[in-house]
Design a protein around this ligand. Sequence first.
Ligand SMILES: Nc1ncnc2c1ncn2[C@@H]1O[C@H](COP(=O)(O)OP(=O)(O)OP(=O)(O)O)[C@@H](O)[C@H]1O
Ligand SMILES: [Mg+2]
Length: 636
Amino acid sequence: MAGPMGGGKKHGPMGPVKKPKNTKGTVIRLFKYICRQKGLFFGMLFFAAIQSLATVSAALFIEPIIDDYLRPLVGQRFEGELVSGLIRTMVLMGCVFLGGALASYGQSKCSVWLTQRTLNTLRKDLFDSISDLPISYFDSKPNGEIMSRFTNDVESLRMFISQGLTQFVSSGIMIVGSFVIMLMYSWQMTLIVIAMVIVMFFVTKTVGKRSALFFKKQQEQLGTVNGYIEEIIEGQKVVKVFNHEEDVISHFDEINESLRKAATSANTFANILGPVMNNLSHITYALSATVGGLLALKGAMTPGEIVAFLQYIRSFTQPISNITQQFNNAFMALAGAERIFEIIDENKEVDEGYVVLVNAKISDNGEIEETEEHTGVWAWKHTHGDGTVTYTRLAGDIEFENVTFSYDGKKTVLNDVSLYAKPGQKIAFVGSTGAGKTTITNLINRFYEINDGKIRYDGINIQKIKKSDLRRSLGIVLQDTHLFTGTIEDNIRYGNLDATHEDVVKAAKIANAHSFIENLPDGYDTMLTGDGSNLSQGQRQLLSIARAAVADPPVLILDEATSSIDTRTEKLIEKGMDALMQGRTVFVIAHRLSTVRNAQAIMVLEHGEIIERGDHDDLINQKGKYYQLYTGNFEE
Ligand SMILES: Nc1ncnc2c1ncn2[C@@H]1O[C@H](COP(=O)(O)OP(=O)(O)OP(=O)(O)O)[C@@H](O)[C@H]1O
Ligand SMILES: [Mg+2]
């Protein structure tokens, strides 16, 4: 996929067209979704059947109207038994049409409900899957591409379920019904029709095969285009700073053009089907009319039968061309469904953890007991193989033992890292950019799994701890702040949804965010939009510290943002962090060495290895990397 720079591997616009992987499986699965709304689905089928039966049987009145009433009436006075019979028959025919119209109304109602409910479930499953995907999945795809599955791919299903599905059903019934009736009128003429159907079948098969491929390509290109748009909107400032507007536009033109070509191919193949089918049915009509005329001359058919038969050719071929046109929708829907299922099937973040976090109280004899109430004391509940349960008090003791890790399985990012942090200690990581500091925090909260070694939390291997409980016990201030649309208060409360307004304010005070929030016109009710773009970088960071503070976790991980901020805000953040660190195990990744000076242990990372450790004075005396980083003296 081409990135925002327009680089990457380029395909010709008609590039490799991927085959739908498992069309049959996708169809079955889609039907299972549709059948979840059993009542609506069968209701829709029922009404569609009534409606098409009405259409088919209404034409049955044509023959008696012509042969039994109109022909005998030719040259006669328009009165008597014949006329009242004619009127009766026509009223009956009208009733059948009316029944059909009512059924058609019922069918469209069912169809709307069925479609919207099915899409709702699909969207829900898709969203649930996305929330369950491991972080590494998002490393590999632009967000817009994933978004596209919610928008275009779901939309393609809407068209199919709401129109295509009913068309297939009612057309099927009309085809079968008309065919049976045609056979009853004249087998000779029916033979002509059968010959035409065979031709139609081969045309559809040939065209359809190519269409399906291009529809898949079209949905993929749509995803690419969406991904690119999302990326550029997000990065618009960078684009402008470097005057890349024109490159961006020309790259967009390129992928937009590819989309146009793929969509054109897809639709051309599908769209020529309609006219081809129409012409084939005109030919059949003409041929049948001729043969019918000949048969009438021989006295084998009455004029009424011929007119009725020709009417049935219409109600036989019309649904065939309707169906072929619906192939358009069907192919697109299949391509869309396949892309949706692809995400639903993606490997979920597995969680085999069975050690959970529970509220605890310490009994008089010093034992830990599980309790329902919120005591502020937490314990790890460890259920063993033999059914016994042990409790370990949550203290915040973290240990890395010979941890080795690679994001992609190729490049080792952490190599044989060992470290420990005791409750109440402050451990600082320093090191050049890319050394692996953030990676260490990603491993503690299990965003990624380690390749070798062990990480222990209060003596428990973290792989045994349930992920949600593990993360609940950790307070993490990520290196890049993310704020959600909502008020400032909502954003702080994100750290602990049970927090009261007072808790939020207290947390904001600890984080030193209170004074700037108070100065905003709407205070804590100030709405944040677009990832907090109406705040400054430093303010955003203060909010994310407040968010960690409100959770009041025993272990805190602070990944200091690298972006430089004014010294006053820097001081505020520093004070905020220091306040937050009281009485907790703290990992701090510091880019400003002033923040690490009071740490109990400082680890200097270089290329994924800890090359120096000790406190500030030790490390300064060692005159190694830390000394260089701290004094900016790189000669030594
Ligand atoms: N999601 C990822 N996929 C693959 N490689 C990654 C990923 N994230 C980081 N890396 C690589 O891992 C290495 C360590 O990255 P890390 O983010 O831990 O550095 P850091 O020490 O936090 O740097 P900084 O001081 O700039 O924040 C880098 O070489 C980086 O290229
Ligand atoms: Mg980092």
